[in-house]
Write a protein that binds this ligand. Structure first.
Ligand SMILES: CC(C)(COP(=O)(O)OP(=O)(O)OC[C@H]1O[C@@H](n2cnc3c(N)ncnc32)[C@H](O)[C@@H]1OP(=O)(O)O)[C@@H](O)C(=O)NCCC(=O)NCCSC(=O)CC(=O)O
Length: 442
């Protein structure tokens, strides 16, 4: 047995242990995963009403079809790349985007299939308790989905899983202990001593919140490598359609399942590691007077709560510029024109992106990565901003992201109404490596 340090040594011990890195926390790798079951928006009304034995609710099905249908128009006539990058004209593009979308989703991936739903009739009956069934399904499915995203991130990173020092896991889809973090240790071959943090029920800002925490961990100890994963299933939101319940239609039409993983660390070790994005600052704020705008809680029938669909875009529109000004104001010398940044905005819905676009007067292509992810995958709660980050990286590396600015922002929105604002930077060395010149006045 070792001897306990004497009290007078404690400061020295702490000082010796507190070897902080020189540089900022950076995104070193990204991985994503989705379940295999892909449902096109054009097929969603038939899938949803058939699977819930609700085809007799014809007026409701028509309403749901109208909510989803505008995306079909977009799907048939233009892709986002046609709209955004060929840019027939900015005004036409903006009008098309407004006119052609409600939710902004063309397809999404779902863990639940018609076979799974028919095996669990309690999920279709709004009067039946179904929480046990939902949690039971999530208990197996969420770690598996999270592990796939993590494996992709670890492969992208290029170092062994055993080099991960911290694990931050977040999900809205489950409530178990030991949690997904515990399950991931053997699934990924992490060390049993990896320092785990499990965050449940953080809504759609969960991914950005986990990255904010990872930044603090990575900057707190030299050599720390933090694996962050956000994995989400919509099964806890699944409910049969009901007259007068518009929320249910929005939930089914908007959300999708997916997992996003990121490795965060400071002072990249060359040649294995490179900083894809430096995390310069991370802030969180509550929008005043927004307490009831997005609420969520577990009930015997899955999630309860409320999304004030008409208020949420307005509240975001009213607060976003102040959040950004505060974030950049605290960085001293960095002055930003909003159009000189790259953007990772949580695509809560098309209406939310339109509002951010309008308030900040962004050029049409600025939110292209967010719009594309929403279109291809739906709103995957907190995982969505990680998909957008991956899409931005893909666009920058392929040259699709015009001008590829050096500085950028991640914005995520969550319960209450919470805004997470993260300032990102692509280091000049990385820009040179991928062939881009600096784009921002700094
Ligand atoms: C829901 C919307 C797509 C509706 O789009 P529009 O407002 O343009 O639609 P619209 O006015 O043309 O209406 C289309 C149809 O929907 C009906 N409708 C619209 N809003 C309604 C409401 N609140 N209650 C009841 N019905 C409503 C209209 O009557 C109309 O029906 P009819 O067709 O019969 O005339 C949009 O408001 C939206 O995207 N809101 C934001 C969604 C949101 O909050 N996302 C965040 C998710 S949560 C998140 O991301 C963070 C987190 O969870 O933490």
């Amino acid at each position: 047995m070792g001897s306990a340090p004497s009290p007078c040594n404690v400061r020295d011990i702490c000082r010796a242990q507190a070897q902080r890195p020189d540089g900022p926390a950076s995104v070193l790798a990204i991985g994503t995963a989705n379940p295999p079951n892909c449902v096109l928006q054009q097929d969603l009304p038939d899938f949803y009403f058939r699977a819930t034995n609700s085809d007799h609710l014809t007026a409701l099905k028509d309403k749901f079809t109208r909510l989803c249908k505008a995306c079909l128009l977009l799907h048939l006539s233009y892709t986002y790349d046609d709209l955004i990058f060929r840019r027939r004209s900015h005004i036409l593009t903006r009008c098309m985007l407004h006119a052609a979308q409600k939710l902004g989703v063309q397809k999404r991936y779902l863990h639940h299939t018609e076979a799974l739903l028919s095996a669990h009739p309690e999920l279709l009956d709004r009067s039946s308790p179904s929480l046990d069934a939902r949690l039971g399904i999530a208990k197996a499915a969420v770690p598996e989905l999270a592990a796939r995203a993590c494996r992709a991130a670890i492969a992208d990173w290029g170092r062994p899983a055993a080099d991960v020092t911290h694990l931050v896991v977040t999900t809205n889809s489950g409530a178990h202990i030991p949690g997904v973090d515990f399950q991931l240790v053997p699934l990924l071959g992490l060390r049993p001593t990896v320092r785990r943090t499990m965050l449940y029920l953080n809504g759609c800002s969960a991914g950005a919140a986990a990255l904010r925490l990872a930044k603090d961990l990575a900057e707190g100890a030299r050599g720390a490598r933090v694996l962050v994963v956000c994995a989400e299933l919509t099964l806890l939101l699944f409910a049969a359609p009901q007259e007068g319940c518009f929320q249910t239609l929005v939930h089914q039409g908007l959300f999708g399942d997916g997992a996003g993983a990121v490795v965060v660390g400071a002072d990249p070790v060359r040649p294995a590691e490179r900083a894809l994005f430096e995390i310069v600052s991370a802030a969180q704020t509550i929008v005043p007077g927004s307490e009831g705008a997005i609420t969520m809680h577990l009930t015997e029938r899955g999630y309860g709560g409320n999304i004030s669909t008409r208020d949420v875009p307005v509240l975001i529109g009213g607060s976003v510029e102040r959040c950004l000004s505060d974030a950049f104001g605290q960085l001293g010398g960095v002055a930003a024109e909003w159009n000189d940044l790259f953007w990772d905005v949580h695509p809560g819905s098309s209406a939310i992106l339109d509002k951010v676009d309008a308030v900040l007067k962004l050029e049409p292509h600025k939110l292209a990565a967010s719009r594309r992810v929403l279109s291809e995958y739906g709103n995957m709660f907190g995982a969505t901003v990680i998909f957008v980050l991956d899409e931005l990286r893909r666009r920058m590396e392929s040259g699709e992201e015009e001008g590829a600015p050096e500085w950028g922002v991640m914005l995520a929105f969550g319960p209450g109404l919470t805004v997470e604002t993260m300032v990102l930077h692509r280091s000049p060395a990385e820009l040179q490596e991928t062939g881009y010149a600096s784009g921002l006045t700094a």
